[in-house]
Design a protein around this ligand. Structure first.
Ligand SMILES: Nc1ncnc2c1ncn2[C@@H]1O[C@H](COP(=O)(O)OP(=O)(O)O)[C@@H](O)[C@H]1O
Ligand SMILES: [Mg+2]
Length: 285
């Protein structure tokens, strides 16, 4: 299953939620969810967690050029390009400079199937612009989570006005839902405005966000860090019961429940129609 996490504007917490979602995924013991940083404006994780691995988005993109037999192997070939950061999270990191990332994101958008090689791939697409490679990546996803600051009326209006784009994605078999930070507008108000359904309310949680940035682990001893890692993998809620992780866990469970139907949606599946036609996809890619 591929879950894409994106925003339409601002910095509402896409990378943070994508990471929390991956960390909290209710996976079977041998299923390792992988987070892929595919935000064309650059990655954050290598800096947040001070990793210096050779592998990452660029090696994944290079491997995607080769034949499937060449690039494949193992249960989850994506793991070859991932690093494990604190919390036991496997991340395919991207360089932080946009010019170093754009080509790789474009390549992944062209090579359909590359991201689908793992059992669960969460893709941080970042801020999506019409016609961008990131927008084309959304079309590979089984589910798209659009993150927005619900207190920012401009962001809310932008999401509402993109209803045609979301409908077009749904018509290709991709489920679309919102993850909203801030409570200025109720679920009913979003529904009345024909926005996609709200899948999660994301709390403001500086402590939880710091864990994702690797800051909580930085001062810990090696043993403390290992213990935290184990506790985190067994039960993400134990990392202080961070509200952000609880919200991410609930969202992950919701998406996991949706997985069979989302995956089995044929591209041409009939979708309950909203008011907009498929031509709107032209506005995405
Ligand atoms: N739920 C949250 N509560 C508190 N701070 C958050 C939350 N989500 C993100 N942040 C912080 O906001 C900043 C931007 O988040 P980030 O995930 O990088 O946004 P984006 O990927 O949308 O640009 C980061 O410093 C991050 O730690
Ligand atoms: Mg980001």
């Amino acid at each position: 299953m591929i879950v894409a996490v994106c925003s339409l504007s601002g910095a509402p917490g896409v990378s943070t939620l994508a990471a929390a979602l991956t960390a909290c995924w209710p996976a079977a013991p041998l299923t390792v969810p992988v987070l892929v940083e595919a935000d064309a404006s650059g990655g954050d994780f290598a800096v947040w967690h001070n990793t210096r691995a050779e592998r990452g988005l660029l090696s994944l993109a290079a491997a995607s050029r080769r034949t499937a037999a060449d690039a494949d192997g193992g249960d989850n070939p994506l793991l070859r390009h991932a690093v494990e950061v604190s919390g036991g999270l496997h991340v395919i990191t991207a360089p932080s400079a946009p010019h170093a990332v754009t080509g790789a994101v474009r390549l992944l958008a062209e090579r359909r199937g590359c991201l689908a090689r793992g059992p669960l791939t969460v893709v941080d697409v970042g801020r999506v612009l019409p016609g961008s490679a990131g927008a084309r990546l959304l079309m590979q996803a089984d589910a798209v989570v659009v993150v927005l600051c619900g207190d920012d009326v401009a962001q809310v209006k932008r999401v509402v006005e993109c209803a045609a784009v979301f409908t077009a994605l749904e018509q290709r078999g991709c489920s679309v839902g919102l993850a909203v930070r801030g409570r200025r507008f109720s679920d009913d108000e979003f529904a009345e405005a024909t926005a996609p359904p709200i899948w999660a309310r994301i709390p403001d949680d500086p402590g939880g966000a710091a864990v994702i940035r690797g800051e909580e682990a930085r001062w810990a001893s090696w043993w403390g860090r290992a213990g935290a890692w184990l506790r985190y993998r067994r039960d993400p809620e134990t990392i202080g019961g961070h509200p952000l992780m609880r919200a991410a866990r609930a969202l992950a469970e919701h998406l996991d429940d949706m997985a069979p139907s989302a995956v089995s949606h044929p591209a041409s599946a009939a979708v309950p129609s909203r008011t907009h036609g498929p031509d709107a996809l032209g506005a995405v890619a």
